[in-house]
Write a protein that binds this ligand. Structure first.
Ligand code: CP
Length: 317
């Protein structure tokens, strides 16, 4: 594997989950595969889970790990070609990327959407430049439009907890005070659409996602109807995608908060969220603390999804 930025890059999903669960059973089985190999993790944005789980995954494989927080201690980077660099950005990404590539064997990149210009965001300019100019295998640690390591961990978690072969999985928008990218929601749709699950997306009017990600999922604007009979509720906020509203917060309506009353409409559903989560905006204390909440094992599976991807990259070096 030379790149991992979307669902298609993982190949047949059942094989990937099987491999991931085997790694979970014995996560040190390949502890010499990464000997004398270096992973460079580059963060343009903050992280807790991605940083720790990916570093742990690489360590399980015997790798050395370097972490660069671009906004803390590195030169401020220009990302656009053709810009006269007479401002505060001292280095261009086009030099920085091959230099970074020369110090490592595999690169992980986190670079969120700017939420100002939809076309620029959806071109995935930053991670695509890393793929083009680093000379190294590159994986996404959340890019502008997708968060594939999260979605892979979500899929593993659903496969572990499902009680029926084809569970009903509901992605629900929920309120948040700040504008967040669509990446987690897009990616979750993309990965769920690979499976044969009964997959439903629910959100208020105005929060329609890119149709390319929604695919054949059922879109239901009535959240309570969507929850009926669900086996998994996956909550997430995203900002508007459509038209002039791109990147805007259109609503913080707490009628969309996931609470115990709505969960009672489900088939005793498990509650999922990628974290970090705003309690009593996205989900009530009662639901996230309930025995049906699987947000912690979901986060723990981030180590497993990362290890599966890095293992495949090491095997292809
Ligand atoms: N879910 C997730 O990616 O968490 P972090 O932003 O903390 O890495």
């Amino acid at each position: 594997m030379r790149r991992f930025t979307c669902a298609q890059d993982i190949g047949p999903w059942r094989d990937a989950v099987k491999e991931a669960l085997a790694i979970k059973d014995n996560r040190f089985a390949y502890d010499t595969l990464g000997k004398n190999r270096t992973l460079l993790m580059i963060f343009f944005n903050s992280s807790l889970r991605t940083r720790l789980s990916t570093q742990k995954a690489a360590m399980n494989l015997g790798m050395n790990v370097m972490v660069l927080d671009v906004n803390q201690g590195a030169w401020k980077l220009e990302t656009e070609r053709g810009v006269v660099m007479d401002g505060d950005k001292a280095e261009h990404l086009l030099e920085a990327i091959p230099v970074m590539g020369s110090y490592c064997d595999i690169i992980g990149v986190r670079s969120f959407a700017g939420l100002k210009n939809r076309e620029e965001d959806y071109e995935e300019r930053v991670i695509e430049q890393f793929i083009r100019y680093s000379g190294r295998p590159v994986f996404s640690m959340e890019a502008a439009t997708r968060h594939p390591l999260q979605s892979f961990a979500d899929l593993i978690t659903i496969e572990e907890y499902k009680k029926v072969e084809r569970p009903k999985v509901v992605l629900t928008w929920a309120p948040h005070p700040k504008a967040l990218p669509q990446a987690v929601a897009n990616s979750f749709c993309e990965w769920m659409n690979m499976t044969d699950y009964d997959f439903v997306v629910t959100h208020p009017h105005g929060y329609e996602l890119d149709a390319a990600f929604v695919g054949n999922a059922k879109v239901e604007y009535d959240q309570r109807k969507a929850f009926a009979g669900a086996d998994f509720i996956y909550a997430k906020n995203w900002s508007a995608y459509t038209g002039q509203n791109y990147g805007k917060v259109l609503s913080t309506d707490k009628d969309w908060t996931v609470d115990a009353d709505k969960m009672s409409l489900t088939n005793d559903a498990m509650f999922m969220h990628c974290l970090p989560v705003r309690r009593n905006m996205i989900v009530t204390d009662e639901v996230i603390e309930s025995p049906r909440s699987i947000v912690i094992p979901e986060a723990a599976n981030r180590e497993i999804s990362a290890q599966t991807v890095i293992k495949r990259m090491l095997e292809a070096l």
